[in-house]
Design a protein around this ligand. Sequence first.
Ligand SMILES: Cc1ncc(COP(=O)(O)O)c(C=O)c1O
Length: 448
Amino acid sequence: MWNSEQEAREEIKDLVGQYYHQFKAQEMDHSDFRPGDRISYSGRVYDEKEMQALTDAMLDFWLTTGRFADEFEKRFAEWIGVKYVHLVNSGSSANLIAFSVLTAPELGERRIKKGDEVITVACGFPTTINPIIQYGAVPVFVDVTIPQYNIDVTRLEEAYDPEKTKAVFLAHTLGNPFDIRAVKDFCDRHQLWLIEDNCDALGSEYMIDGVTKYTGTWGDIGTSSFYPPHHMTMGEGGAVYTDNPLLHRLILSYRDWGRDCYCPSGHDNTCGHRFDGDYGELPHGYDHKYTYSHFGYNLKVTEMQAAIGVAQLVKFPSFIDKRKHNWARLREALSDAQDRIILPEPAGFSDPSWFGFLISVRPESGLDRNQVQRFIEDHNIQTRLLFSGNIIKQPCFDDIRGTDAYRVSGKLDNTDFIMNNTFWVGVYPGMTDEMIDYMAEVIKEAVK
Ligand SMILES: Cc1ncc(COP(=O)(O)O)c(C=O)c1O
C-alpha cells in the first residue's frame, strides 16, 4: 500500500492535518465572539502541528521518555538559558523533585533534614508547599504585599532561624516575579537554597544589575507546569531545571526511581562500570542498573506529552506576547474603576509573562468579592481565586493546625485579605480584543 514507512507517516499526518482543519480549527477561532459567549480563564491554543507531532510519537510507539523528550529538553534549555532541563509528568512533580533533591545526603551541611525550615508564603498553590510538609520539614509562612501578591521581602530577616532555615521556595504569583534581587541577596547572605516555582510565570523576565534573565533561572532550581491552562501545554507535564551539575544528577535520580544509574530508558552500561562498582553494603559488582542511592519516585513524562511540547515551543514566544497584550489592555480598560478595586502592579525590574489578571475588591467601598465573582460568572466569564487563599485555613491543615508542623512569621494580614477579597480572570492567548473589552465592561458593571 505504501512504498516506505516515511511515506505512510506523511500521509497519516497529512490526514490528521485535514482533520484538524475540518473539525478542530473552529475551536481556536474566536473572531465571531458575541457578548455572552463563554470566556474561559485559560485554555490550550494549538493547531495541526501539535496533533501531527502527537501522531508521530504515536507511530513511533516508543511511549516512555525518548527522542521527543530529549529534543524538548535541549530546546527548552537553549530558550530559557540553563544547562540542565529534566521533563517530569506535572508541575507538582517538578516541585516534589526540586524539594526532594535538597534532602539528599550529598549536600552535606546544606541538606534539608526533618524539622528544618523553608521560607514561603501561604497564599499560593498547595503543591509548592506540600512536599515540605510531607517530608517533615517546616514551611515558614511570611505575608505578601498587595498589589504585587508576592512575598514581603522586608519580613525575610525576621523569618530566618540560623539553626533551622535551609531554603526559600516561592512561586512568581500569576506571572509577576517576586523581588528576586532581595530574595537572592537574603539567600546568598545566609547560604540558603532558592527554588523558584515558575509554573505560572514561564517567559517572565527580571533584571539585576543590567542583566536580564527569565524567571526560574535566578535561583538554584526552577520548575514549570505544562498543564493546559499554563503558558504552554503538553496536556500534563512539567520540568525541573538547574545550572548546578550536582543538583542535575540528583534530579535525574529522584525522578527515575532513586537509582544511581543514569542510563536513558532502553540503554545499558552508559557508565561502562555496570558490573564492577561497590555501593552501600551490596556485594561487589552488583548491577549498577539496580542500585538505588536515594528514596526516589518515577515521575517521567511520556513521548506523547513531549511531542506536543516540542510543537508548542515553536508558538510559545507569540503566546507570551499575547498574554502581555491582553493584560495591558485589560489593565487600561479597568483603570477608571480603581476607587472600587485594586489593580495588579508588575514587580520592579520585571517584564511579566502574565498567567492571569488579579483583582481585589475594596471592602471599604461595600463590595463583596463573592457577589462580584458570581455576577461575572453569571455573564459566562470564568473566574478563579488565588488558589488556596490562606493555605493554613484549608481543610488539609485541620490535622496539623496549631502544631509545629509549620510556622507563621509575623502576621498574615494581606494573605487573609486576599483570601477574602481577591479573584482573577484570564489573559490567555486565545482571547481577542473584543473578549477583553467585554470582560472589562462586565467587571466594571459588577463593581459599580
Ligand atoms: C504556582 C503553581 N505551582 C505548581 C502548580 C502545579 O502544576 P501541575 O498542575 O502541573 O501539577 C500549579 C498549578 O497550576 C501552580 O499554579
